[in-house]
Design a binder for this molecule. Structure first.
Ligand code: NIG
Ligand code: FE
Length: 413
C-alpha cells in the first residue's frame, strides 16, 4: 500500500468533523488545523492531525512531503461547466465590444447556435482531445471535481456525441466528473416555431438512449425568456426525472424568468446563475433544499450585475460557486478567479467563498462523500499554495498564481 505523509502544513484548510451542506451564516465557518499533518493511503485521506503528534516520521513513512510555509486546501469542486465544445468564440467577444448585445448575436445565428454548428462538424475524438486539454488545464488550476454539460449538440446525434465524450472523460480522468444532459439549451433553428417538436425529440429520441446507455447523471434546461419557459422546463425535467436524472437548471440569468421557482418546485439539486433575483425568488430558494450556484465569471464576462451573494447568504440560502466554463459567457475555468471575484465584487468573505467552491460545490454534484473537504475517507484532492501570509491573501492577490502544486487522488498532476 502506497502511504504518504504530508507534514508541517502551515494551515490545513476545511477540516470539518462531519459532512454538511452549508447555508446562510454557516458558510463563514471554515474549520482549519495549524501546523498539520495529513496521511494518504492509495489516494485516500487516512489521517489528519497536529504535526507534533508525529514522532520520528522517517522511521514510519517512506514518502514524506514537507509542506513548511504552505497552506493546503481541498481541490475546487466546479459544479457547473460546459467544457466540451468545438471552438472558441472570440469573434463574438469583439462584436460585443463594438456594441452588439447577447440577443443581437443570438439573432445573427451566433451564441449557442454558433457553437452547435461547430460541434456538429467535429468528431467525437476531436472533441475528446479538446476537452481533455481543458480538463488538464483546470486541474493544474486546482479543480479536482467537475460537472460537464452537453447542450451544444441540439440534435439526437450531437447531444449523444457530447455525452459520450463526457463518459470517456469520466473513464480516463482521475478527476471526479458528473455529466449533465442539456439538450434544452436553446431551440435549434428548424424548431424555432415548433417548440413541441423539439421537446418531443428530447423526450422520445434523446432521453431513452441516455437512460439506456447511462450517459448522464442530471438534466438541465436553460429556463429563460426567449429560450425555455418554466412550463417547458417542468415538462422536460419531469421526463428526465422519470429516466433517473435529477434537475440542475439554468435559472434567472438574464431575466426574472421564474426559473428559480420552477427549480424549487421540481426539488432540483441546484439552480444556477441567479444574476437576476427579486425578493420572491430569494425567499423561495432560501426555504428549499435546492442549492443556488453562482457563476461570477459569467456575469463579469457578459458585463452584467453580479449575483446578489450577500442577500442570498443573509436569507439563509445554501450557495455554491462554479465557473460556467464555456465559449460564450465564461471562457475560463479558473476557480481561483471565481472565488476572488466572489469576494471582490459580491462581498463574500474568503471563508464563505472557499466553502462555496469546495464542500457546497461537492454537494451540488452529490460528491460530498468523496471530495470537497479534508476528511478521513475522502480523496486526497489537494491544492498546495505557495508561501502566502494568510488565507485572505488568496482572493486578495487575485492576479497572481498562488498555487504551488495540485494533487488528485494522491498524485501530483
Ligand atoms: O451558462 N446561459 C446559457 N448557457 C451558457 C452560455 C452558452 C453560450 O453562450 O454558449 C451559460 O452562460
Ligand atoms: Fe451554464
Amino acid at each position: 500500500m502506497a502511504t504518504t505523509l504530508i507534514i508541517n502544513i502551515k494551515l490545513l484548510v476545511n477540516t470539518p468533523g462531519e459532512n454538511r451542506l452549508l447555508r446562510g451564516k454557516e458558510l463563514s465557518k471554515l474549520p482549519c488545523i495549524a501546523n498539520a499533518y495529513l496521511i494518504i493511503e492509495d489516494g485516500i485521506i487516512t489521517g489528519i492531525g497536529d504535526s507534533s503528534e508525529i514522532q520520528n516520521p522517517k522511521s514510519k513513512f517512506k514518502n514524506i512531503i514537507d509542506a513548511t510555509g504552505q497552506y493546503v486546501l481541498p481541490a475546487w469542486c466546479d459544479s457547473h461547466t460546459h467544457l466540451v465544445f468545438a471552438a472558441s468564440r472570440e469573434e463574438e467577444f469583439v462584436d460585443k465590444i463594438k456594441g452588439l448585445s447577447y440577443a443581437d448575436i443570438a439573432a445573427k445565428g451566433g451564441g449557442i447556435l454558433n457553437s452547435a454548428k461547430k460541434l456538429q462538424a467535429a468528431t467525437e475524438t476531436e472533441l475528446f482531445n479538446l476537452a481533455w486539454k481543458r480538463l488538464e488545464e483546470v486541474s493544474k488550476l486546482g479543480t479536482g471535481a467537475i460537472e460537464i454539460k452537453s447542450g451544444y449538440g441540439l440534435s439526437v446525434d450531437g447531444e449523444l456525441k457530447m455525452l459520450r465524450v463526457i463518459k470517456r472523460l469520466k473513464e480516463k480522468s482521475a478527476l471526479s466528473i458528473k455529466s449533465t444532459f442539456l439538450g434544452a439549451h436553446t431551440y435549434p433553428l428548424e424548431y424555432k416555431d415548433n417548440h413541441q417538436g423539439y421537446i418531443d425529440l428530447i423526450l422520445n429520441e434523446m432521453l431513452p438512449v441516455i437512460a439506456k446507455e447511462k450517459l448522464a447523471d442530471y438534466i438541465d434546461v436553460f429556463c429563460e425568456t426567449g429560450f425555455f419557459s418554466p412550463e417547458e422546463t417542468e415538462i422536460i425535467c419531469r421526463a428526465g426525472m422519470r429516466n433517473g436524472l435529477k434537475p440542475k437548471i439554468h435559472a434567472n440569468q438574464l431575466n426574472l424568468s421564474g426559473g428559480t421557482q420552477a427549480g424549487v418546485k421540481l426539488n432540483a439539486l441546484s439552480v444556477d446563475h441567479l444574476e437576476t433575483m427579486d425578493d420572491e425568488a430569494i425567499t423561495t430558494l432560501a426555504g428549499s433544499n435546492t442549492i443556488g450556484t453562482l457563476l461570477p465569471t459569467a456575469a463579469f464576462f457578459l458585463r452584467m450585475p453580479f449575483q446578489p451573494a450577500r442577500k442570498l447568504i443573509d436569507a439563509g440560502c445554501a450557495i455554491a460557486l462554479a465557473s460556467d466554463y464555456n465559449p460564450g459567457s465564461s471562457p475560463s475555468g479558473n476557480m481561483n478567479l471565481v472565488t476572488a471575484m466572489s469576494c471582490i465584487q459580491m462581498k463574500m468573505l474568503p471563508e464563505e467563498a472557499i466553502n462555496a467552491a469546495t464542500i457546497n460545490g461537492a454537494y451540488a454534484m452529490e460528491l460530498q462523500d468523496e471530495v470537497g473537504s479534508i476528511m478521513i475517507g475522502k480523496k486526497a484532492n489537494l491544492i498546495f499554495t505557495k508561501s502566502i501570509p494568510s488565507l485572505a491573501y488568496l482572493p486578495y492577490a487575485f492576479g497572481s498564481n498562488l498555487i504551488d502544486k495540485v494533487m488528485i487522488s494522491g498524485e501530483f498532476c
